[in-house]
Design a protein around this ligand. Structure first.
Ligand code: NAD
Length: 496
């Protein structure tokens, strides 16, 4: 069983005062307005307590938000790129000034330890800085056609009003990763945060207004009826782009809806990342990488290592060292700075993780630590390590989204590659080896959009984030990220 420590520190002083300052309304056309649905509660997963009641958008509110984004679209598209860039840069600066508020709020509504929430402010903020720099580098081409009979002009234009749907696991970064490139490209947006963690987005849109984002350019709707409110927005021909981050199942349904209007989509969906440890790996490095890739955000990351595929000759030692590190985690409400391991987002998430562990045990896995749900308050599940996980276990086949390491073993490189690629997902893979040639071979052979070679954390605003196969379409961040919000226009001017 887990030797994990539980602490019971009270919430940091100032949390109540911060919560009182967080807006509780919808933000449409530069105004804070009530929704026409019944208000709903946002709760703290570490305590189960209600943090705040907020307004609930109806279908009509969603339509009003889209109206505002459409009305503001032409003026924002015509706003000089330098002006758009400087507003984003001001937002970056304001976020640094208000860092503590955002970190505290994310910990309260989502549960991640405060140090991780601070890390997310840094990561999320970098999208504002990066795309403020990219806004002025949107360029085109001009040149003779190959036949020499005319001039070809290629320009990039903002795609138009966008609908951005974000998940609960990275409440700030998933919002900035979409809003910043959209605004940099000259698009207006309606943002729909996850109903479990809407407060960060509400506080953030207030920051954007303070930074000078004009009315109608960013609109936020919070709702408990995501499907009912989103479907008419997606069906509206004035909408020109849908960007979604969330589960593959919902992503598939949204792609089907978007198909009716041949709407451009970006999809950042689920993952089932392989974490490969070769016999020649630096095991300390691999264990450190595993802690980051598995236990960051209590395992609730699309990039979380999901399948630990370890060479048989080092599997026992890897498992022993990893278990030692896992047992040193300090579990509790993340607002306490001594805590390194927070709750899962809901009791339902705990039920799901518990069921996956039970399934693996029933199929013959061995439990080294964890495997227990903690008594309340809060939705905690102990960090868990299992060895001898069979290939038909749900832990292997599904996205775990929780703090469970399931170790399988392999003998040959070919076997490792086959196991790594044996999934419908293709977001990221992690490889630990000291042999550079083997490392390159794995980068070439593993079918994912991203790879970490001897590291458990790759996310960076300057890098293209995204997957292949059923992990999604498109890229966020990097030079590529702004292209999701631009459409290419070609003009031929015949020579006279
Ligand atoms: P989810 O799919 O349940 O919800 C994501 C968002 O979609 C939320 O805002 C939710 O309210 C909304 N939503 C749900 N059903 C909808 C519908 N029918 N129509 C319109 N909107 C709808 O996912 P989640 O539980 O919030 O997030 C976890 C999932 O997100 C995991 O699968 C994870 O891998 C994935 N994720 C992917 C990335 C990535 O970049 N690839 C990043 C973070 C999370």
């Amino acid at each position: 069983m887990s030797a994990v420590t539980l602490t019971g520190q009270p919430a940091a002083q100032g949390s109540a005062e911060l919560l009182a300052r967080v807006p509780d309304q919808l933000y449409i056309n530069g105004q804070w307005v009530n929704g026409t649905g019944e208000p709903f509660a946002v709760t703290d997963p570490a305590t189960g307590q209600v943090l705040k009641q907020i307004q609930n958008a109806s279908v009509a509110d969603g339509a009003r938000a889209l109206d505002a984004a459409v009305a503001a679209a032409d003026v924002w598209a015509a706003t000089p790129a330098r002006v758009r860039a400087e507003i984003l840069r001001r937002a970056f600066d304001l976020l640094q000034e208000r860092r503590e508020n955002f970190a505290t709020l994310m910990t309260l509504e989502m549960g991640k330890p405060i140090a991780e929430a601070n890390g997310e402010v840094t990561y999320g903020g970098e999208f504002l800085r990066w795309f403020s720099e990219e806004a002025v580098r949107i360029s085109g081409r001009y040149g003779a056609n190959p036949e020499g009979t005319g001039t070809m002009v290629v320009t990039q234009r903002p795609v138009g009003p966008c609908y951005l749907i974000t998940p609960w696991n990275f409440p700030l970064a998933m919002a900035t990763r979409k809003i910043a490139p959209a605004l940099a490209a000259g698009c207006t947006v309606v943002v729909k945060p996850a109903e479990l963690t809407p407060l960060t987005t509400l506080l953030f849109v207030q920051l954007l207004a303070d930074a000078g984002v004009p009315a109608g350019v960013v609109n936020v709707i919070t709702t408990t009826r995501s499907q009912a409110v989103s479907a008419p927005i997606i069906a509206d021909p004035r909408l020109r782009k849908l960007s979604f981050t969330g589960s593959t199942g919902v992503g598939r349904a949204l792609i089907a809806q978007a198909a009716q209007n041949v709407l451009r989509t970006s999809m950042e969906l689920g993952g089932n990342a392989p974490f490969l440890v070769f016999a020649d790996a630096d095991l300390e490095q691999a264990v450190t990488g595993a802690m980051l890739a598995k236990f960051r955000n209590t395992g609730q990351a699309c990039t979380a290592a999901n399948r630990f595929i370890v060479h048989a000759s080092v599997a026992d030692e890897f498992a022993r060292r990893l278990t030692e590190r896992v047992n040193a985690l300090v579990s509790g409400p993340g607002i306490d700075p001594t805590v390194s391991f927070g709750p899962l987002v809901t009791e339902a998430a705990v039920d799901n993780v518990a069921a996956l562990v039970q399934d693996a045990l029933a199929r013959g896995a061995t439990l080294l630590t964890g495997g227990i749900r903690s008594e309340g308050p809060g939705s905690f599940y102990a960090p868990t390590v299992l060895t001898g996980v069979s290939a038909d276990s749900r832990l292997v086949l599904e996205e775990i989204f929780g703090p469970v390491v399931g170790i399988q073993t392999f003998e040959t490189d070919e076997e490792a590659i086959e196991m790594a690629n044996n999934t419908e997902y293709g977001l990221i893979g992690y490889v630990f080896t000291t042999d550079i040639n083997r490392g390159h071979r794995m980068i070439e052979s593993i079918d994912t959009g991203m790879m970490g070679l001897n590291t458990g954390l790759v996310s960076n605003a300057a890098a293209p984030f995204g997957g292949v196969k059923q992990s999604g379409l498109g890229r966020e961040g990097g030079l590529e990220g702004i292209n999701e919000y631009l459409s290419t226009k070609y003009t031929l001017i015949p020579s006279s």
